[in-house]
Design a protein around this ligand. Sequence first.
Ligand SMILES: Nc1ncnc2c1ncn2[C@@H]1O[C@H](COP(=O)(O)OP(=O)(O)OP(=O)(O)O)[C@@H](O)[C@H]1O
Ligand SMILES: [Mg+2]
Length: 207
Amino acid sequence: MPGELIVLEGIDGAGTTTQVRALEGVIPNTISTRQPTGGPIGHLLRDFLKGNRGIPMAAMACLFTADRLDHCVDIKKKLADGYNVLCDRFTWSTIAYQSLGMHDRELPYDMDWLLAISEPVITPSLILYLDCEPAIALARVHTRGQTKESYENAEHLKHCTAVYRALCGSSEDREELAVSVDGAQAPDLVTTDCVRIINTHLPTLLA
Ligand SMILES: Nc1ncnc2c1ncn2[C@@H]1O[C@H](COP(=O)(O)OP(=O)(O)OP(=O)(O)O)[C@@H](O)[C@H]1O
Ligand SMILES: [Mg+2]
């Protein structure tokens, strides 16, 4: 039987990596992975993300999507082999973060365009969106020691939160199964909620 792809989404510091680690210990036969990947396009992306050289946000969106499509080849193989795959960030991250450039109006692209270029990407069985207020998420990132402190970052995360919430609210229209989880709770309570949602929507997974 093929496995299921479960995706964790949320702003920086929402706890996606923490929850992927917790869930891989709960869901049998699971492989965890992340985006951007460690592959050639992912490496290129990480270089750009370091900020040494800027490229237009639309170009970044294309690179993120190309990295994801490359990743999908591997994910599909794992699913066909019967593994469940947990992925730390997926399509929604690109739509939330790369739509920041929409304010520049440097190119005539928008959310619909970001969704359109993502069309060849496989649809996850379940998207768990960790909803967390930017102030809480930023405080966690600061505690972790990777300071991304600036008004601009708080503003960016507010934008991303609005996009994530809009995506979650419109997921049915795109035939995506997405559930919002209160990411402000203690980590074990977030995990409990995720497990409950998995049990509801993919009941055979934890059986
Ligand atoms: N529910 C939670 N409550 C309190 N602290 C948390 C919670 N979840 C994660 N943390 C802590 O917050 C920090 C960020 O968590 P984590 O790395 O999982 O976030 P992330 O969403 O993966 O962030 P990024 O997008 O930057 O990779 C870590 O120090 C982690 O231990
Ligand atoms: Mg992370």
